[in-house]
Ligand binder design. Sequence first.
Ligand code: ZN
Length: 190
Amino acid sequence: MYLLGHIGSALICYIMISYIFENDNWDHKRNQILISIGAILPDLLDKPIGALIFGIGRWIGHSILFQLTFYIIVKIVVLKYKPSFYKKYDIEILLTGAIIHLIGDLPGLPLETIFWPMLGGFEISGNSSFLLGYQNIETIITEIGGVLVITILGITQKWRINSWKIVFVLIAFYELLFLMLYTFFIGIYL
Ligand SMILES: [Zn+2]
């Protein structure tokens, strides 16, 4: 699963959770942005650092140990300094997004990586092997699904034109960056 697929599945989980625990105090837009960021954090960390430098596409960002350590450190920092931008449960929502990411990756994610370092080290997969994902039909389907979920959410929440523009620019930037990396690395490693 790629970024848009991860975002789509995290948003579906959020919609289900907020439907079950209906609460008027929830800031849905903020929470949806946070859970989406959480849902792409493991890849944002692991693909540039792990894949491009060490040849490990799913690295520490895909381990529960890292996720929990990150959560505990940020929690301690926000409890101590109480930054004004922080809202209660922000970090829990981010962590939920990251856990949903790991579940989404489960079909191809080695248990050694999830439970690192308890079951052993990381599996080296090649610097650019993660770029080949678009050759799988499942990846394409989940990416389109992600765009659909975001679009439906935007329509039902009556997003303003600026929100649509931001989302469109982010998606276009991500696809362009991916295409550039793919074209670049395909000449070097593949
Ligand atoms: Zn991943």
